[in-house]
Design a protein around this ligand. Sequence first.
Ligand SMILES: Nc1ncnc2c1ncn2[C@@H]1O[C@H](COP(=O)(O)OP(=O)(O)O)[C@@H](O)[C@H]1O
Ligand SMILES: [Mg+2]
Length: 213
Amino acid sequence: MAGVRRGVFITFEGVEGSGKTTQAQGLVDWLSEHNLPHLFVREPGSTAVSEMIREILLNPENKTMNPKCEVLLFLAARSQLTYEKLLPALHKKQIIVSDRFADSTYAYQTYARDLPQRLIAIFNRFATAGIKPDLTLLFDIDVTEARKRGIFDDRMECEEEDYHRKVREGYLKLAHRAKKRVKILDAAKPVEILKREVINNVKNLLVRKGYTL
Ligand SMILES: Nc1ncnc2c1ncn2[C@@H]1O[C@H](COP(=O)(O)OP(=O)(O)O)[C@@H](O)[C@H]1O
Ligand SMILES: [Mg+2]
């Protein structure tokens, strides 16, 4: 840890059912096994205030929520998480594993709901003190395939398949714009294969950042 200047920030992105939570948990297990200091969070959520905002956002009864209200609530939850947990973790040289972050806002709200991209990017910087992931793992999969994997019943998951297809398209567009940061993984592969790919990507990053493994 002697060569490490600040923590590392890794995010997991992708459509519902793509395997983000499974793989984020797998990475956290690996970090624990290797005694690497880390913090596991999910978005929206992971602070008392952010979890309350999550309940509002994901409650399927909130059918009347307009897209602007939605994006501002996501940003509010993110801001609380950033100042309460992420900035202190980076300061303490921890490895942050986040199940979703700002790229979700781009894909789900800006791209798929057609909100103004530049304005939301400015709001996002305001909400997050401008912190950016060092590495983003994008779990890419056909939306119909992903939906076969489980029960999808929260407010975002209840959106029609076309919406989720647009979300996937938004993520891929973003990945092509940010090739260095965003690694696309084929999320249709088996869990164990993907876990190895996740760990290899993370190992490369940690070595570059001065961690000794
Ligand atoms: N690579 C995979 N192949 C097949 N099923 C998977 C894979 N990864 C996860 N799953 C299963 O698919 C479901 C959704 O996975 P999850 O990790 O919750 O996705 P997400 O967090 O992206 O919505 C879970 O039941 C999980 O066990
Ligand atoms: Mg999940």
